[in-house]
Design a protein around this ligand. Structure first.
Ligand code: SAM
Length: 183
């Protein structure tokens, strides 16, 4: 067992730290709903979870995954540049394409950047934007480079930004965390 466990486990540990029952959260790339379920269980039936994906099958899979937590969940079929008009505690991006599905339906640099810009406007003070990048495919590499550049220029008065990347494994997923400061 290495000290640095899987990127998913690391991201989930941060979400666990930030979320409490009754919070509002957005899963901006809900895919098969595994991350959505993890979040829904943390915020519980009094919470509000918004799940976004461009693929109808992803929305359906997420609905099925959420089972008993379906009533606190809202589903948005479309691109995440448009975020629901809420002020969430957590916004999650697990970028790239669904493993085993159509690889051409991947997140794209320009729309991801627009969405993250919009996420900065709505995230609650004290809240977290969590982004997982997959540089192992060409668009994912471009997307990661653009995001690293973008987040390095975000105001340090309003946000704290940190990244985790495995520098001797350039194709491994990387993580970006943007914490919105409490004024
Ligand atoms: C790596 S998968 C997400 C996995 C998911 N979080 C889970 O737990 O199963 C990436 C997802 O992003 C979706 N996606 C691609 N472009 C998008 C966009 N512009 N807006 C929202 N979702 C998008 C894909 O359809 C795919 O389902």
């Amino acid at each position: 067992m290495t000290l640095f466990r899987s990127h998913i486990k690391i991201a989930h540990d941060f979400w666990k730290k930030i979320l409490t029952a009754g919070d509002c959260a957005i899963d901006a790339t809900c895919g098969n709903g595994h991350d959505s379920l993890f979040i829904a269980e943390l915020i519980g039936p009094e919470g509000k979870l918004h799940c976004i994906d461009v693929q109808e099958s992803a929305i359906e899979n997420t609905r099925a995954e959420l089972k008993y937590l379906i009533d606190m969940s809202h589903f948005h079929l479309g691109s995440h540049e448009i975020l629901p008009p809420v002020s969430p505690k957590l916004i999650v991006y697990n970028l790239g394409y669904l493993p085993g599905a159509d690889k051409s339906l991947t997140t794209m640099t320009n729309t991801t950047l627009k969405s993250v810009q919009n996420a900065l406007e709505i995230i609650q003070p004290g809240g977290l934007i969590s982004i997982t990048c997959y540089p192992g495919h060409p668009e994912g590499k471009t997307e990661q480079e653009a995001l690293f550049q973008f987040v390095s220029e975000i105001s340090n008065i309003k946000y704290i930004v940190s990244t985790i990347n495995w520098v001797n494994r350039p194709f491994s997923p990387s993580l970006i965390f943007i914490e919105s400061k409490i004024n």
